[in-house]
Design a protein around this ligand. Structure first.
Ligand SMILES: C=CC1=C(C)c2cc3[nH]c(cc4nc(cc5[nH]c(cc1n2)c(C)c5CCC(=O)O)C(CCC(=O)O)=C4C)c(C)c3C=C
Ligand code: FE2
Ligand code: FE2
Length: 340
């Protein structure tokens, strides 16, 4: 079915229909690396009750009174270190992924991208797809591992928009793909390519996933198990003579206990135990961002070197690599089954 302006009586509102839409979604990022923009972004992000599970009556005074007066300046400084000509790396890469998918799908689907926090927002982009005639939309949160704080909040936001529509499009959601052979294969091939290009041979490949409060595991969030399964499958698929694998969790936020071991602690511990050559990669991130380019590649390098490590490499995320785009297209085509 293709889009068409239907033949309608003169006083009938225009009707556009018949198309399939695909919306790639990632976390969100400030518009500019300034304290004011980072503050705006963090206020929205950290007010999401899926992200900080403390009752607003207790949390909002801490957020507004302390965190939003201290963190934005520090985070803005970190963002400035990784900001690119095309803006925030997370937004620029997600946009490039959507453009590549549009190229791959041609006129069989409209492909666009959105950010859960900040712009372009999910409601704005869903409305854009609907206005372009998309009656069927695949919502694709680009998180391989399911997490209430990431995947579920994207679906919540989309459903909020759906609730306000008289004529709703049909909505499908890309399921988590943490153990999908397409994903494991893409990671194995892209990581192997990057390891082969290094001018040293790492003794350890550290798989660093974004952390979560430890209690989310007891509350039934599958995130920790999904990360562990990705790590196990990747290690089985990639096994190399002399290369050890370890898994850790980065980006701790707040005072509660987070999933362990922490990436910074493992980097120091490994160097102190005599590991000289280490590579780190973040398989849970679809695109490089502040957490990989600054926290891992800059801070992680310093932590490892200060503890006695000698050679360090932070590998890239799948981004727009050939392996990453081939995987993404295959996942999206599968989920659009019967539609295109
Ligand atoms: C990949 C999955 C992610 C999970 C799970 C996640 C949970 C989570 N994050 C915070 C707090 C912060 N995260 C920040 C940045 C950030 N987080 C993710 C991904 C996940 N977060 C990404 C891709 C990014 C990068 C955004 C970018 O612009 O590049 C930040 C902002 C930066 C900073 O000030 O440090 C915060 C804060 C919590 C509390 C949480 C789960 C409870
Ligand atoms: Fe985060
Ligand atoms: Fe687990």
């Amino acid at each position: 079915m293709t889009w068409q302006e239907q033949q309608l009586p003169g006083d009938h509102p225009p009707v556009r229909s018949g198309k399939v839409g695909v919306l790639l979604v990632n976390l969100g990022t400030p518009d500019a690396p300034t304290t004011a923009d980072v503050k705006r972004y963090l206020a929205e992000f950290l007010s999401d009750r899926r992200v900080v599970e403390i009752p607003p009556i207790a949390w909002q005074p801490i957020l507004r009174g302390i965190i939003l007066n201290t963190r934005p300046a520090k985070s803005a400084e970190a963002y400035r270190k990784v900001w690119s000509e095309d803006g925030s790396p997370l937004a620029a890469i997600t946009k490039a992924q959507a453009e590549a998918m549009q190229q791959a799908f041609g006129d069989t689907a409209e492909v666009d991208w959105a950010m859960r926090y900040g712009e372009p927002s999910i409601p704005r982009q869903l409305a854009k797809l609907k206005d372009a005639g998309c009656e069927r939309i695949l919502l694709a949160p680009l998180y391989p591992q399911y997490c209430g704080a990431t995947t579920a909040t994207v679906v919540d936001k989309a459903n909020e928009w759906m609730a306000a529509q008289r004529w709703q499009p049909s909505l499908r959601t890309l399921p988590p793909y943490h153990d999908d052979p397409l994903y494991i294969e893409a990671l194995a091939s892209d990581i192997s390519r990057q390891l082969d290009a290094l001018d040293f041979t790492p003794e350890l490949l550290l798989l660093s996933f974004h952390g979560m409060p430890a209690r989310t595991l007891e509350l039934g969030d599958p995130y920790h198990c999904h990360c562990q399964k990705t790590a196990r499958l990747l290690e089985e698929r990639m096994a190399r003579e002399g290369l050890r694998f370890r898994t850790s969790f980065q980006s701790r936020f707040g005072r509660a206990k987070w999933l362990e071991p922490a990436t910074d602690a493992v980097l120091a511990e490994e160097a102190q135990a005599g590991t000289k050559r280490l590579a780190v990669v973040a398989p849970g991130f679809s695109a490089d961002c502040l957490e990989t380019l600054e926290e891992l590649a800059i801070q992680g390098h310093e932590q490892f070197a200060e503890a006695g490590g000698e050679r360090f490499a932070a590998l890239s995320c799948l981004n727009t690599s050939a392996a990453g785009l081939t995987m993404l297209e295959a996942l999206l085509r599968r989920e659009c089954g019967g539609w295109i």
